[in-house]
Design a protein around this ligand. Structure first.
Ligand code: TYM
Length: 334
C-alpha cells in the first residue's frame, strides 16, 4: 500500500486554504493508503511563538484535524516533536543540502522580505526539515496545496541525492498529490493572492455563521462587467474560484452565465458563496470545541499515532544509518 504523509504548522486556526488545499485530501485518502498526518510544531518555531501559547497551538490543529474527519483508527496522527527520528534525519540531510539551493527557495525569499529582523537558520533549512518529515516514512504521496510544490521538489531532490551519494535505494521519490490534476491554490477574500494565516484574508473552520457571512459580503469586487463575455478581473475571478470549490456545478454555471451576459449581481453571488461555505464548515465547527476539551481522547489519539510513526521512522533510520556508514560500538546488531 502506498504511504501518504502530510502536515500543517501549528500557527493559528485552519482556514479554507488548509482545508481544500490539504486536509480534505487527507480525509479522502485515509481508506486507501497507509496514512501519516502530523502537526508541524517545530516548523512553527521559525516565527518564535510565545511559550505560553505553543502547546495550545498544537492542540488547536489536532482538534481541528479530528473535527474535520481525520480518523485515528485509519491514520497515524502525531506531533512532529514527539518523533525525534525526524531530527536525526534532518541533520543527515543538512549535510547534502547546499546553501545556494536553499537561498533560492521562493518561500525563503518571501520570508526575508516579511521578517527581515528574523532571518534565522531554521528558515533557511525549512525545506530540509520538511523533506525529513516526508522521507522518514518513505512516503510516496504528499497531499499539499500549490504553495508547497517547490518544497516537495526539494524533498525529491534530496531523496535522489541521498540514494546516489550513499549508493543506496533507501528513499522513494515522493510526489505532491491532489485528487484533481493540479494542486490547489485557494484565493483570499481581499482581491489578490492566496488565503493565508498571516494575510488576514481567511475564512476559518472555527468561524461562526455571522462572521463567515460578514467576511464574504465584504470581499473585494468591481463595478461589474459591461461587455458580454469579458475577462474577469482578479478579485472577481477569485470569488468564482471559491465558488467552484464549495458550490455545486449548476450554481457555478448559473453565475458564470449571468457574468457573461452582464446581469450578475455580486451581492447574490456572495450570499450564495457564504451559504455554501457555511454548509461545509459549520458542522466541523460544531465538533471542534468539544474535541479540544477532551484531554483524554486527544492523549489516546496521539499515543497511537506516535507509536505508529516512531516504528516507521525507526525502520527507515536504521537503513539510513547503515547507508551513511554508522557502526555503533554500543549495539551488537549493527
Ligand atoms: P502550512 O502550515 O503553511 O499549510 C498547510 C497546508 O495547507 C495548504 N495551504 C493551501 N492550499 C491551497 N490554498 C491556500 N491558500 C493554502 N494555504 C495553505 C498548504 O499547501 C499545506 O499543504 N511546510 C508546510 C508544513 C509541513 C509539511 C511537511 C507538509 C511541514 N512538513 C511535510 C507536507 C509534508 C507548511 O508550512 O504548510
Amino acid at each position: 500500500m502506498e504511504i501518504v504523509l502530510s502536515g500543517i504548522r501549528s500557527t493559528g486556526h485552519l482556514h479554507l486554504g488548509n482545508y481544500y488545499g490539504a486536509l480534505r485530501n487527507y480525509i479522502k485518502m485515509q481508506d486507501n493508503f497507509n496514512c501519516f498526518f502530523f502537526i508541524a510544531d517545530l516548523h512553527s518555531l521559525t516565527t518564535h511563538p510565545h511559550p505560553d501559547d505553543f502547546h495550545a497551538g498544537v492542540r488547536t490543529i489536532l482538534a481541528e484535524y479530528l473535527a474535520s474527519g481525520l480518523d485515528p483508527q485509519k491514520s497515524a496522527i502525531f506531533v512532529q516533536s514527539d518523533v525525534p527520528e525526524i531530527l536525526e534525519l534532518y541533520i543527515l540531510l543538512n549535510m547534502i543540502s547546499y546553501k545556494g539551493e536553499l537561498e533560492r527557495t521562493t518561500s525563503f525569499k518571501d520570508k526575508i522580505r516579511q521578517q527581515p529582523d528574523n532571518v534565522n537558520a531554521g528558515l533557511l533549512t525549512y525545506p530540509v526539515l520538511m523533506a525529513s518529515d516526508i522521507l522518514i516514512h518513505r512516503a510516496n504521496l504528499v497531499p499539499v496545496g500549490k504553495d508547497q510544490e517547490q518544497h516537495l521538489e526539494m524533498a525529491r531532490v534530496l531523496a535522489r541525492r541521498f540514494n546516489t551519494f550513499y549508493n543506496s535505494e533507501v528513499f522513494p521519490e515522493p510526489k505532491a498529490f491532489n485528487f484533481g490534476d493540479d494542486l490547489v491554490k485557494v484565493p483570499g477574500l481581499d482581491g489578490s493572492g492566496k488565503m493565508g494565516k498571516s494575510e488576514g484574508n481567511g475564512v476559518y473552520l472555527c468561524d461562526d455563521e455571522k462572521s463567515i457571512r460578514k467576511k464574504v459580503m465584504k470581499a473585494v469586487t468591481d463595478a461589474g462587467p459591461t461587455e458580454h463575455n469579458s475577462e474577469m478581473p482578479e478579485p472577481v475571478a477569485n470569488l468564482f474560484t471559491l465558488l467552484k470549490i464549495v458550490s455545486d456545478q449548476s450554481t457555478v454555471e448559473e453565475f458564470t452565465n449571468s457574468y457573461n451576459n452582464c446581469t450578475i449581481r455580486y451581492g447574490d453571488l456572495k450570499k450564495q458563496l457564504a451559504e455554501d461555505i457555511c454548509k461545509q464548515t459549520l458542522p466541523i465547527k460544531a465538533r471542534i470545541e468539544e474535541i479540544y476539551k477532551d484531554e483524554e481522547y486527544l492523549r489516546k489519539v496521539v499515543k497511537r499515532g506516535t507509536d505508529l510513526a516512531r516504528e516507521s521512522a525507526q525502520a527507515t533510520l536504521k537503513e539510513v544509518r547503515k547507508a551513511v556508514g554508522f557502526r555503533s560500538f554500543l549495539s551488537s546488531d549493527d
